[in-house]
Design a protein around this ligand. Structure first.
Ligand code: AGP
Length: 609
């Protein structure tokens, strides 16, 4: 999964390309490169490493021109190397391509092109596209790209420039995102919106199977068989600052602190002040369709899957609907038993996760109703779903998902109440109470964030641990999983989330004085059982870090560390309890000198299977 950026206008392209690529580095950062057209000639500069390495290369040997494309890579085919970095060129060096995605039939295409005399330099799938365009070049770059892509199977978002037609950038997408932005006298192409927000909020999303041509005067879109497509310009309301760090050391910390306002934005405009009626404009489900649902399947990956697990509990509790959560990659390949009465809810921050997109396609193929909970307007999964509820969390740049998760839980909570009301299984007064609890939640998260210094001190002591166990019961169990994932992905410490009751069936053998055990000691009917688990851990010399809503004397005596969160309803406790776990993972990672916003081997949105 990679980042693409392009510029065409009346200024030197290079500064825009480098600035855009820096904002896209979270999508992949093992190599980078740019290409420009200057006086009709192509110039390329690329290298192994990050954008800073490319900048150094360009300081020594700059390239000029008012048209350019750039790329930051997360390797899929062809190991990270100089020669495998993008842009890639055809035999003549007159056609240059950057690509995000996977060409699944690249080997057979490569063989056929080599048999036809083409010489390859890299081991990537992308280079095949450059030679295919060359093979089809017959006067029109747009047509050559279109013919080339008609032979390609797989996912792509590409930008192409060429000496054959030096005044334009040709773009195309299928399965990987690509957005065009329109400034005053310039246009931009990008894999995501924040990379060009500083210059424009006027954008169009290229749809799957579309191809486009951008000159300094206009933008035209077509589908692959050449029919013109009329694209509506959307205005993005994100301000540029919201995509910057805002004074925090890392995007992750900024986004943890943004959660109270992010949840306020998620709720805004969706709850009527007096009646507390719930409205989701783009849900596209009539009351009758809601009542026709007899089962809910959540499907997602990673942190979003954890949100689905909480959703399972909430839908069964408030909508009185059987619910389950499926890993997207498993769901799409195991012949799931679903039908028109099944509601599949895809949960995804990026809206571009390939496995989740595949699960949506599978659900639609089996006539299920599909809605998605998504953070990126107009993303692939949002557009493939029958209905969508946007989390409105604003751009989440840190690879570790934080505000996306808590706003996903907020949407799921509201949906469960909406379904419960439409199905007549919860009263208006109960719904008003539940929504009142939610409206109070943001300031409770602000209170929880005030424990930051306490958590930072605890993190100081845990910087050298090699393993950790996270335990929870009920809705605390998905949060145990999420806390463990946060620690794993940003600090590289092995951590495992487990149902607390299951500890005695195995994991208790792991407990020793080096093993920190984070316990979600959340108020509710399982609290006493959790205290018992704390006892079991302490009896074996384990270190207990308890997250609790009460400075309960029993817990205070037993736990080595106690992090207090404000009281809230049992249903909303997962949203509150995850905040200290996000901070704990963050500060341990910082202590260990890890690259918090761009952890090794990870990418923000995994647009490959
Ligand atoms: C979360 O911290 C991870 N970065 C990862 O598990 C992520 O949740 C997963 O890749 C799904 O991404 P999505 O929500 O954009 O679909």
């Amino acid at each position: 999964m990679c980042g693409i950026f392009g510029y065409i206008g009346d200024k030197e392209a290079l500064p825009f390309l480098l600035e855009g690529l820096k904002k896209l580095e979270y999508r992949g950062y093992d190599s980078a490169g740019v290409a420009t057209l200057d006086k009709g000639k192509v110039f390329i500069s690329k290298c192994l490493g990050k954008i800073v390495d490319l900048e150094e290369l360009l300081r020594q040997k700059p390239i000029g021109g008012a048209i350019g494309i750039g790329h930051t890579r997360w390797a899929t085919h062809g190991r990270p190397s100089h020669i495998n970095s993008h842009p890639h060129e055809d035999c003549s060096g007159k056609i240059v391509v950057v690509h995000n995605g996977i060409i699944e039939n690249y080997l057979e295409l490569r063989r056929a092109l080599a048999d036809n005399g083409h010489k390859f330099t890299s081991t990537t799938d992308t280079e095949v596209i450059a030679h295919l365009i060359e093979d089809n070049m017959d006067g029109s770059l747009l047509k050559a790209v279109s013919k080339a892509l008609s032979q390609v199977k797989g996912s792509y978002a590409i930008a192409v420039i060429s000496e054959h037609e030096p005044g334009k950038i040709v773009i195309a997408r299928h399965g990987s995102p690509l957005i065009v932005g329109f400034g005053e006298k310039e246009s931009f192409v990008s894999s995501d919106i924040p990379a060009m927000l500083k210059y424009t909020g006027r954008i169009v999303h290229l749809e799957n199977g579309e191809i486009g041509e951008i000159t300094d005067k206009k933008f035209r879109a077509f589908n692959l068989d050449g029919r013109a497509v009329n694209k509506k310009v959307e205005l993005v309301s994100w301000d540029p600052e919201s995509a910057e760090k805002g004074g925090y050391s890392h995007f992750m910390l900024k986004e943890i602190h943004e959660q109270p306002n992010a949840i306020r934005k998620t709720i805004a405009g969706r709850i009527e002040a007096e009646s507390h009626k719930i409205h989701f404009d783009e849900l596209n489900l009539t009351d009758e369709e809601i009542r026709n649902v007899n089962r809910v399947v959540f499907t997602a990956c990673g942190t979003s899957w954890h949100a689905g697990l909480v959703g399972e509990y909430l839908f069964e509790q408030y909508a009185k609907l059987p619910a389950e959560v499926e890993y997207a990659a498993e769901f799409r390949y195991r012949h799931p038993i679903i039908d028109e009465k099944t509601l599949v809810i895809a949960i995804t921050q990026s809206g571009e996760t390939a496995d989740t997109l595949g699960a949506v396609w599978e659900a639609k193929a089996q006539n299920a109703k599909v809605i998605s909970i998504c953070n990126v307007v107009g993303s692939s999964i949002a557009r493939e779903s029958h209905g969508v509820v946007y989390t409105n969390a604003g751009p989440e740049i840190g690879v570790a998902s934080t505000k996306a998760f808590t706003t996903q839980l907020t949407v799921i909570y509201l949906l469960a109440i909406l379904f419960g009301k439409r199905r007549g299984v919860i009263s208006d007064s109960e719904a008003v109470k539940l929504i009142g609890d939610l409206i109070e939640l943001p300031q409770k998260i602000e209170e929880a964030l005030r424990e930051e210094k306490v958590i930072e001190k605890i993190a100081e002591k845990l910087g050298k641990v090699t393993n950790a166990l996270y335990l929870g019961r009920g809705k605390g169990f998905p949060i145990a999983l999420e806390g463990a994932l946060k620690l794993k992905e940003v600090s590289y410490i092995h951590a495992e989330g487990y149902p607390a009751a299951e500890m005695k069936h195995g994991p208790i053998a792991l407990i020793d004085k080096k093993m920190p055990v984070v316990v979600l000691a959340l108020a509710g009917r399982r609290y006493d059982k959790i205290l018992g688990n704390v006892e079991e851990v302490k009896a074996r010399g384990g270190i207990v870090i308890a997250i609790a809503s009460d400075r309960d004397s029993a817990l205070t005596e037993k736990a080595d560390e106690l992090i207090i969160i404000p009281k809230t309803s049992e249903a909303l406790s997962p949203i509150l309890a995850v905040v200290p776990l996000q901070l704990l993972a963050y500060y341990i990672a910082v202590k260990r000198g890890c690259h918090v916003d761009q952890p090794r081997n990870l990418a923000k949105s995994v647009t490959v299977e």
